[in-house]
Design a protein around this ligand. Structure first.
Ligand code: UDP
Length: 407
């Protein structure tokens, strides 16, 4: 059976999701590894060791192992601080692969693992499949001086693109970026959208879900799920709440799920503190509740408890949470950016709004908070859309097709 070296320097399937550097990429690595394993591949996931308790080789699921690679401190560090240790990471992968390998194909995630993959491709003489998850040029454009990526990032991305045998883009937007901004060879790019585990994310009766979570039944709930970062622009949602407040609407509130800890320690999370201050200033503090981080298998309760899922990032390379919400039968109101323009069908499974535009967001939220038949129609469509187009089974089959082209 063909053996795959899945390289993901910072995003491990073992990590707890929801914190600063653990999100969609971790889910992707986990789900695609399991998915292609079911199709007959043996997968080893190489990821940076950040915990001395973690064994070097761990059987993660059927045909999938996680291999911890020592590079830098045996403790969590921000992903942007991994780059100085990347040569050590490469050397450690090579050493480990000498006993755990050999491999028939490398599937690298993110630009740093792409750098590693490009070198291993040469040394092992096997094909390289690259997926970036996020692109340095897009990040720089949106974050400017706040972008803490190492300066080499764009140059490395270009070099990886030149040596990868196939590049997976998660949406047409990303493909265009790769081809036009980076000059990637379009013939080597495949668009494979990421998916949702529909057996984990499914609709639960709203009243049952609220009862389970101890949430009130007497108001409409907007729910945001995801990392609590400036670029996710939860501030925009809070500003929209302030615009909605004076209108004569049924009572409503906003639940924010995500963060560094399970119980939302506001004093330790600067972005949460900043958001609270804004909510206070705008007189909507009482409408906003931070829940903290929740494990993935609890999230369907939150998505199902919601009337509307809301997420309005400045930019979004892909965005799994709108799909998860849709899988739970909750309409998604999201920024029309990146992968979201592809996953959320405007007026069908939710609404797309421009980023950084509280009035437009407020207008769409008002519509969904007041028009029950519309909301119910979008909710039904949402689940159907995910089942038709965005399951991990489909993603894994299409990824395995790419492997087959190369092997
Ligand atoms: N997530 C989670 N618990 C939380 C918050 C988020 O499990 O408390 C998961 C969420 O379900 C999703 C991922 O983290 O699968 C976030 O992925 P997304 O692509 O939406 O955003 P990213 O984090 O990659 O920017």
């Amino acid at each position: 059976m063909p053996r795959i070296a899945m390289i993901s320097e910072h995003a491990s399937p073992v990590a707890t999701l929801g914190g600063t550097d653990a999100g969609g990429q971790n889910v992707y690595v986990d789900q695609v590894s399991r998915g292609v394993a079911r199709l007959g591949y043996d997968v080893d996931i190489y990821t940076r060791a950040d915990n001395p308790e973690e064994p070097t080789v761990r059987q993660w699921s059927d045909r999938v192992r996680v291999i911890s690679v020592v590079a830098g401190p045996l403790a969590p560090i921000p992903k942007d601080a991994i780059w100085p240790h990347i040569a050590e990471f490469l050397a450690s992968v090579e050493r480990l692969a000498a006993t755990e390998g050999p491999y028939d194909l490398i599937h690298a995630n993110f630009w740093m693992s792409g750098w590693v993959g490009a070198r291993l491709r040469q040394r092992w003489c096997v094909p390289l499949v690259q997926i970036f998850h996020a692109l340095g040029a897009v990040k720089r454009q949106h974050q400017g001086d706040a972008d803490t990526s190492p300066v080499e990032r764009l140059e490395v991305e270009r070099a990886v693109l030149a040596s990868a045998d196939r590049i997976i883009a998660q949406c047409p937007d990303e493909r265009d970026e790769l081809v036009t901004t980076y000059g990637a060879d379009a013939r080597r790019v495949r668009v494979i959208p990421s998916g949702v585990d529909v057996a984990r994310f499914f609709p639960i009766d709203q009243a049952v879900a609220r009862h389970e979570l101890g949430l009130p039944l007497d108001r409409r709930l907007l729910v945001y799920v995801g990392r609590v970062l400036p670029r996710k622009d939860i501030e925009n949602v809070i500003r929209a709440l302030a615009l909605l407040r004076p209108r004569h609407l049924p009572p409503f509130g906003l639940l924010i799920v995500g963060g560094e800890t399970d119980n939302a320690q506001l004093d330790q999370e600067p972005e949460m503190r900043r958001l609270i201050e804004i909510a206070d200033r705008l007189g909507v503090r009482d409408l906003v509740m931070f829940v903290g981080r929740r494990p993935s298998d609890r999230l369907r309760w939150y998505y199902s408890a919601a009337d509307v899922f809301v997420s309005t990032p400045w930019y979004e390379p892909y965005g799994l949470t709108p799909l998860e919400a849709m899988a739970c039968g909750t309409p998604a109101v999201c920024s029309s950016v990146g992968g979201i323009t592809y996953t959320v069908a405007d007026g069908v499974s939710g609404f797309l709004v421009p980023p950084r535009d509280p009035p437009r967001l407020a207008e769409r939220l008002e519509l969904l908070l007041t028009d029950d038949p519309l909301r119910q129609r979008l909710a039904r469509n949402a689940r159907r859309r995910v089942e038709d187009l965005f399951t991990w089974t489909t993603v894994s089959e299409r990824t395995a097709e790419v492997y087959r082209e190369l092997l």
